[in-house]
Design a protein around this ligand. Sequence first.
Ligand code: SF4
Ligand code: SF4
Length: 410
Amino acid sequence: MEKREQVNRLAEILAKTSQDLPDFAVMEVCGTHTHAIARYGLSALLPPNIKLVSGPGCPVCVTADETLARALTLARQPATCVCSFGDMLRVPVRVRYPDGQIGLDSLLRERGLGRDVRLVVSSLDVLRLAQAEPDRQFVWFAVGFETTAPATAVLLQQARAAGVHNLKVLCAHKTMPAALLALLDPTGRRPARQPIRGLLCPGHVAVITGADAFRFVPEQLGLAAAISGFEPEDILAALIELSRQLRRGQPGLRNMYPAVARPEGNLAAQALLRQIFQPCPAVWRGLGEIPGSGLALKPEWRDFDALDSSLTPDPAAAVRPAPENGKTACHCGQVLRGDESPADCPLFLRVCTEANPRGPCMVSSEGACAAASRYGTGGAAAVRIKDSKGVRPDSLSGHNESGKEPDVHE
Ligand code: SF4
Ligand code: SF4
């Protein structure tokens, strides 16, 4: 079956499966899902009673202003180079400088002012730089979820093995489960503007953590859950599964990405993470501090910690966040909580554009505002889905505890 035909067929099945269900919202917590949904215009194919809401799925977007301000402080230290991925360098943050001045800053702006800030494409690039320039301190500004933290762990192992001492890590790695528990807290301590009844779980995170790591979604949050791949037909098949669970009144977890996300995950990567990191409280943009949702270096690796090192200046010399209030404030926090869509932000495409972003959700290649800007907020899916016969067979199947293949055809 052609891809376009298959997508249309799945949209019909979804309409049938969700018929008569009360209106419900499904949150996607992966930046790649957000972009696939916008890129293929999938919202336009959904029945009117289903709404898709973006959550805190982009690691650049959820990095708090406090952490960005620390990176700026480190970039201002003598003979120090801060390295990170391109998106992280572009995120704007309103800060108060040590002299009391307030301004909009970013690592890229600091580079324009002559500070040593470098874009890298891999964590191991930082090791090569540190070895090539032993008289400079190199700081790896490490962001990302369970998917990217193993690369930082490998960097530290290799740096220690090579006897490299001029490399530190500003560790902003985060893990997904504690944040989802806090955001979707069933006790209602954090009431969401729109009640979420299903979760499209991040396939890439599940590759590392294992699909079973998302069992807490039905068991503790009482929400329907499906681990999904990233093609339009994968996402529609996952939505059909969520509708079925809601129709039965039995939220569960279905792995719709079984070819790569095994129930137990990547055990070697998990062992590596346990060797280097330990859970710590972390501040998430829009969600605040969440216990156990961050990764800190274990005591035996603290000699690599940028915040525990001689690089940390006198607190009086630190750059600090200076959040904006009122009409000119960025709404990324509300967008990441799923309380608002990008178009609800008064700055969206008026003041804040991809060329002149005012918040991380417009900067990041996985951000919800960038997706809405690039592809629009609805649109004709049919014109965006090119015909192809390359549909992966696993995109329409999954496995559950019983090992039974789900049938998406009603
Ligand atoms: S790293 Fe993978 S799972 Fe995480 S947001 Fe990006 S694409 Fe999604
Ligand atoms: S449109 Fe810009 S300012 Fe508004 S929430 Fe998105 S990134 Fe922030």
